[in-house]
Design a binder for this molecule. Structure first.
Ligand SMILES: Cc1cc2nc3c(=O)[nH]c(=O)nc-3n(C[C@H](O)[C@H](O)[C@H](O)COP(=O)(O)OP(=O)(O)OC[C@H]3O[C@@H](n4cnc5c(N)ncnc54)[C@H](O)[C@@H]3O)c2cc1C
Length: 429
């Protein structure tokens, strides 16, 4: 006889990892009641609030999750912050299995001298504003004409696209119109991108580099410290992509110049009250070691040790792990909370599948004994009535979704609602 399987499963965090693991478990345990909690009133985590507004093709992955929620196979319970509205311990009492998928992301801060000057902007502040993140809702920082972007990965490229695009380039997106208009009143004229690594080992995807070439009115140049070796096929493809950008026909006066410097080591930022120069300790031959700047945008990756990211589980060690998702009996973690803030959505799909397999394996082998750990548990129905009423269901999220879609201006797919309370008013109204 096979072992009893979990009947009530709670997942904390409705980003891609939480959704993927829910789908994987639901496929195998069809009679399980799976609830995904999120502190926000809306699902999908960084797909909605991190992925760039002009990358709707990436965001479209949410459609498969929509179908799973709409079919009733998985429950969404938004507007419930674990650690504030309910404790992790209480969830563990009521559910046979709890999976933490609450992500962790905050920009890694620049630490060179001068990094606290006015005009140093973490990429996250720009992403938050463009994506209309509600909790907290932050204004777009002021951005001057001469911008230095520090970083050589995909988020640095996201920043370049934001800096050089015009309103026409956002057709079909859900960018915040107010934030975009604010920026486009006086956009950047020159952008210098500083990557520590040479092109060969930079972190940006070739497709992201090629995409820059489709934006009209931009002149691209680059300097590189060392070429890719013969066996580094990907590095050579990335070099080709940058060479193609620099060869683009820019006979007309460009709106904006973008200069990439690969192999640049920033040493300090100077200025009186606000930024005026970025200094380099190392740069490719012929490159200036002092770059005038009104704004420095940092896009140097994400901080693994985000304070408070797991305030609901302070006693748990969240050191990144590539192997097990298990934390304790009937308690697991997935996605960025497990692996650290690295990797794109497909990497989280793979990770969630692995953790689902691990959980299923633990149940099948008896390592996770559901009868002992969870008999008599009632899941969502056992939660206090006030909490259940406070939550935002998938159908209620659909009302928010409809309101946002209806409010979209011409050529936009949605106008996101800015404030959490306004979303709740629509959901519960
Ligand atoms: C700026 C940026 C741009 C990106 N662009 C791309 C891209 O173009 N393509 C791509 O493939 N990947 C991209 N990524 C990576 C991708 O977003 C991540 O790989 C993925 O979102 C991580 O998924 P996750 O579910 O682990 O975490 P998240 O997406 O962060 O989801 C975590 C969820 O948990 C919720 N939560 C947190 N704490 C609590 C709590 N206490 N109680 C209840 N809920 C809680 C959060 O509200 C959130 O909804 C980008 C990431 C960033 C930061």
């Amino acid at each position: 006889m096979s072992n009893p399987t979990p009947k009530h499963i709670a997942i904390i965090g409705c980003g891609p990892s939480g959704c993927f693991v829910a789908q994987s478990l639901q496929r195998v345990w069809k009679d399980a009641e799976i609830t995904i909690f999120d502190r926000l009133a809306v699902p999908y985590g960084l797909i909605r609030y991190g992925v760039a507004a002009d990358h709707q093709h990436t965001k479209a992955i949410t459609r498969q999750f929509d179908r799973a929620f709409a079919s009733g196979a998985i429950r969404f319970a938004g507007n419930i912050e674990v650690g504030t509205d309910i404790s992790l311990e209480a969830l563990r009492e009521h559910f046979d299995l709890v999976i933490l998928a609450s992500g962790r992301w905050r920009d890694r801060a620049l630490t060179i001298p001068g990094s606290r000057l006015e005009g140093i902007v973490p990429s996250g502040d720009i992403i938050n504003a463009l994506n209309t993140v509600p909790r907290p809702n932050l204004p777009l920082p002021e951005i001057g004409e001469r911008v230095v972007v520090v970083g050589g990965g995909n988020v640095a490229i996201d920043m370049v696209r934001f800096l050089v695009k015009t309103a026409d380039d956002y057709v079909g997106s859900d960018v915040s119109p107010e934030v975009l208009n604010q920026y486009l009143k006086s956009p950047a004229k020159s952008v210098t991108v500083l990557s520590r690594s040479p092109i060969a080992s930079a972190k940006s995807d070739v497709a992201m580099v090629k995409e820059l070439g489709k934006i009209p009115g931009v002149r691209y140049t680059f300097a590189n410290s060392s070429p890719a070796t013969e066996d580094n096929t990907l590095g050579r493809k990335r070099e080709d992509a940058f060479a193609a950008l620099a060869e683009l026909d820019a006979t007309e006066e460009p709106r904006v110049q973008v200069h990439f410097v690969f192999g640049a080591v920033p040493s300090k930022i100077t200025g009186t009250d606000s930024v005026s120069e970025m200094h380099l300790a190392a740069a490719p031959a012929g490159e200036s070691s002092v770059i005038p700047a009104d704004t420095v945008i940092s896009a140097i990756g994400f901080d693994v040790n985000v304070p408070g990211h797991s305030h609901y589980a302070e006693e748990i060690d969240f050191t990144p792990s590539e192997s097990t998702g298990k934390i304790d009996t009937a308690l697991y973690r997935v996605g960025w909370l497990k692996r650290g803030p690295v990797g794109a959505i497909p990497a989280n799909r793979a990770d969630s599948n692995e953790v689902a397999k691990e959980i299923i394996g633990d149940v099948e082998s008896g390592v996770l004994s559901i009868a002992a750990a969870g008999s008599g548990k009632r899941g969502f129905d056992a939660l206090p009535e006030a909490l259940r009423e406070q939550s935002v269901s998938f159908e209620q999220w659909q009302k928010i979704d409809e309101a946002e879609t209806a409010a979209a201006g011409p050529d936009r797919i949605r106008q996101k609602i800015t404030h959490h309370e306004d979303m709740l008013a629509i959901a519960h109204g």
